[in-house]
Ligand binder design. Structure first.
Ligand code: NAD
Length: 325
C-alpha cells in the first residue's frame, strides 16, 4: 500500500500543542513539505524553545491560547480556513496525570469538540492523537486496534486514558453523524529530542540520571516492557494517516519491545555512565506490557518504522547532553 502525499505546499494546517515535544517535530515535518502551519499552545507542558528555530519562518505562526476554551478566532491566522486540523495537545506524562488532571480531561473532551466543530465547518481533515493508554493494562498482547482494552475508569491514570477514549468516541461520532473526515492514531511510547528531562517518563529520566552519574531509578522489578519509537518514525506514521483517508484508530509505534531493566542498562552503556540501577516501588496501574500490533498501519498506510533504538537513543542523549546544563 502506498499513500500519496495529499497535504503540502499552499495548504494550511492547524496543530494544537505545536510547542510540545512530539508535535513540534510534526510541525517541522509539515513545514518541510511547504505547508503553512499554525500552532496553538498554552505552554502547560510545552515550551517556546521547541519552536524557537521557526521564529523567522514566514509559513509558521505560534498562537498562545488554551484550546479547551475554544479556538482564538480573533487571531487572523486562526480565523482563516484550515485544510487539516491535527489535535495533538494534551499533557501526556504520568507525572502530569497527578498535577494536571482536570486540564487533561478538558483538552480531551472540550477541545476535541471545539476542534471537530471547526473541522466540519472548514471541511478539514481532523487527526486526533490518541494513545496506547486507551488499552489500559492490556490482557491481549500485542495489542491490535480491535482490542477494547482493560482500563480502570477511576484509577490514577484514568484522567488520561478516559479523556483519550472520550476523544476517540467524539471523533467517531462527528465522523458518523456530521460527516467529518477523521483519522485517529493510537501512539505508543515515543521518545526523542525536546522531551522534558523531568517529565517522569522512563527515557528522559534514565538519560538525565545517567548523564549526571546518579542512580537509575527503575520502578518495580524492571521486567515490565514498553515498545519504544523514535519521534521521526512516529511523525512519519502520523503524516501517512493525514494523507490517507483512513479513519482508524490505527496503532503507531514500533514492535521493538524492551524491559525497563534492559533499557536502563542500554542507556548506561550508551552514555558511558558510571550510574548503577536501583529499583523503587511500582506505581499503581502501571501496565505490565505494551506492544502495538502494527499490521493495520503496515497494510493500510505502508508504515514501517526504521530507526533502531541505539540510533534514536544516541540522538536523544546528544540533545540532552547539549541542553542539561
Ligand atoms: P507534550 O506535553 O510535550 O506536548 C503536548 C503539548 O500540548 C504541549 O506543548 C502543551 O503545552 C500543549 N497543550 C496541552 N494542553 C493544551 C491546551 N489546553 N491548549 C493548548 N495547548 C495545550 O507531550 P507529547 O509527548 O509530545 O504528546 C503529544 C501528543 O501525543 C499528546 O496528545 C499525547 O497524548 C500524545 N501521545 C504521546 C505519546 C508519547 O509517547 N510521547 C504517547 C501517546 C500519545
Amino acid at each position: 500500500m502506498v499513500v500519496a502525499q495529499r497535504y503540502g505546499k499552499g495548504q494550511r494546517i492547524l496543530v494544537t500543542g505545536g510547542a510540545g515535544f512530539m508535535p513540534s517535530h510534526l510541525v517541522d515535518a509539515l513545514l518541510a513539505r511547504g505547508c503553512t502551519v499554525v500552532a496553538i499552545d498554552n505552554f502547560v507542558t510545552g515550551s517556546k524553545n521547541n519552536v524557537a528555530h521557526l521564529a523567522e519562518n514566514p509559513l509558521f505562526t505560534l498562537v498562545e491560547a488554551d484550546v479547551s476554551d475554544g479556538l482564538p478566532v480573533h487571531h487572523p491566522a486562526v480565523a482563516e480556513r484550515f485544510d487539516a486540523i491535527m489535535h495533538m495537545a494534551s499533557p501526556a506524562s504520568p507525572k502530569d496525570f497527578a498535577t494536571l488532571p482536570v486540564e487533561i480531561l478538558r483538552v480531551g473532551s472540550l477541545a476535541t469538540i471545539h476542534l471537530l466543530e471547526r473541522a466540519v465547518t472548514d471541511g478539514a481533515r481532523f487527526i486526533m492523537a490518541s494513545t496506547s493508554e486507551a488499552y489500559g493494562d492490556p490482557l491481549v498482547h500485542p495489542q491490535p486496534e480491535s482490542y477494547w482494552g482493560n482500563v480502570n475508569p477511576v484509577g490514577i491514570r484514568s484522567v488520561y486514558d478516559e479523556a483519550k477514549r472520550f476523544a476517540e468516541a467524539t471523533t467517531m461520532a462527528y465522523h458518523r453523524y456530521r460527516g467529518a473526515d477523521v483519522g485517529i492514531v493510537r501512539i505508543f511510547n515515543t521518545y526523542g529530542p525536546r522531551m522534558r528531562p523531568d517529565d517522569g517518563r522512563a527515557i528522559p529520566t534514565f538519560i538525565t540520571q545517567a548523564l549526571r552519574g546518579e542512580p537509575i531509578t527503575v520502578h518495580g522489578t524492571g521486567t515490565q516492557t514498553r515498545s519504544i519509537c523514535y519521534v521521526d518514525d512516529l511523525v512519519k506514521g502520523i503524516l501517512l494517516l493525514l494523507d490517507s483517508s483512513e479513519t482508524g484508530p490505527v496503532n503507531c509505534g514500533t514492535e521493538h519491545e524492551v524491559t525497563m531493566r534492559d533499557l536502563a542498562e542500554l542507556i548506561v552503556s550508551l552514555t558511558g555512565s558510571t550510574s548503577t540501577v536501583t529499583y523503587l516501588t511500582r506505581t499503581a496501574d502501571d501496565p505490565e506490557m505494551r506492544r502495538p500490533d502494527l499490521t493495520l498501519a503496515r497494510e493500510r498506510l505502508g508504515y514501517t518504522p526504521s530507526v533502531p533504538p541505539e540510533d534514536g537513543l544516541r540522538r536523544t542523549i546528544a540533545h540532552f547532553s547539549a541542553h542539561l546544563n
